[in-house]
Design a protein around this ligand. Structure first.
Ligand SMILES: [Zn+2]
Length: 309
């Protein structure tokens, strides 16, 4: 036996007896994954035998989820410039901001945008300066306060609190849906909030990527227990389509693989420089494999339109 005693305590966890996608009940364990970044506890992932959807099960009960986010380093991505890794992260993020704006601007150059899981509000601040009317949802009090203070924007702690009076033109979930405990109520709410023909943008890690297969249980984008759902393209498309959205496009995201590979190398015990070099090499290779095959990149980006009734 290894350090299995670190398993999440049963009284603090919820076990799903049905697959959140297809309600299947045959849910064999396929992987055991360690929380490398915060609790160092182990969690099991199950694959639904009927539809193949992979999810973290059991998962921390909602009232205990918060402590798995309590880490300086999890927040530090927002504003510190300490290590080389963080500096690279900041550089990549600035580039990502302009790419994200370009993506929504192709759809609409103004209008009402909701960013769910807006963190410290950098994306919304950027859009606000470009003339959009922006609203955020962010459960973390610290991040929410920073978003409000730094960008003077409206941020709600919960999607249910966003007023439905003025319909949205665009809703974005950048690496958020994999964290969400109740997928269906979230998508239902988004459908209600979006105007007809509104755009829904979702980015999630993709476990069918080459880097996911390469790192296996050490793949940093499993990020248990913060990530509850581990999507493939077909899982996400099926789920969202069931809530009244039409697929518009699926895109590759090139920046995620090097970052995820770097973290995965760290989890395997490599030092900073080694992890950086190998992470870049493995991430680049994963991107190349994706560019020349059907394989997704480390994360996939999905665009949906709210279907006309
Ligand atoms: Zn299923």
């Amino acid at each position: 036996m290894t350090d299995r005693s670190f398993h999440v305590e049963p009284h603090r966890s919820d076990t799903l007896v049905r697959c959140p996608l297809c309600t299947g009940t045959d849910l064999p364990v396929t992987l055991e994954v360690k929380d490398h970044s915060i609790s160092h506890e182990h969690f099991t992932l199950v694959d639904c035998r009927a539809c193949g959807f992979r999810f973290t099960n059991p998962r921390p009960a909602p009232q205990h989820l918060g402590r798995y986010y309590e880490s300086a380093s999890y927040i530090s991505h927002s504003n510190s410039h300490h290590s080389l890794t963080d500096r690279l992260y900041q550089l990549a993020r600035r580039w990502a901001l302009s790419r994200k704006h370009a993506l929504v601007a192709r759809f609409r150059s103004n209008g009402r945008v909701l960013d769910v899981g807006c963190g410290t509000g950098e994306f919304l601040g950027y859009l606000k300066r470009k003339g959009y009317l922006v609203t955020g949802v962010e459960p973390s009090l610290k991040a929410r306060e920073q978003a409000i203070a730094n960008h003077a924007i409206q941020v709600y702690p919960d999607l249910d609190q966003v007023p439905g009076s003025e319909q949205l033109h665009i809703a974005t979930l950048w690496h958020v849906l994999e964290h969400v405990p109740d997928l269906r109520s979230t998508l239902k709410r988004l459908f209600a909030l979006l105007a007809k023909d509104g755009l829904l943008v979702i980015a999630v890690p993709d476990r069918e990527s080459w880097d996911a297969a390469y790192y296996g249980t050490d793949w940093a984008a499993y990020d248990v227990p913060r990530h509850l759902s581990h999507f493939r393209r077909r899982d996400l498309q099926r789920l969202v389509a069931e809530h009244g959205f039409e697929p518009v496009a699926v895109r590759r995201l090139w920046l995620d693989a090097p970052y995820i590979a770097l973290l995965s190398e760290r989890y395997r015990g490599r030092g900073t420089a080694g992890a950086l070099l190998r992470g870049l090499a493995i991430g680049t290779w994963s991107n190349l494999v994706s560019a020349f095959s059907d394989k997704p990149t480390s994360s996939s980006l999905f665009l949906f339109k709210k279907a006309s009734a």
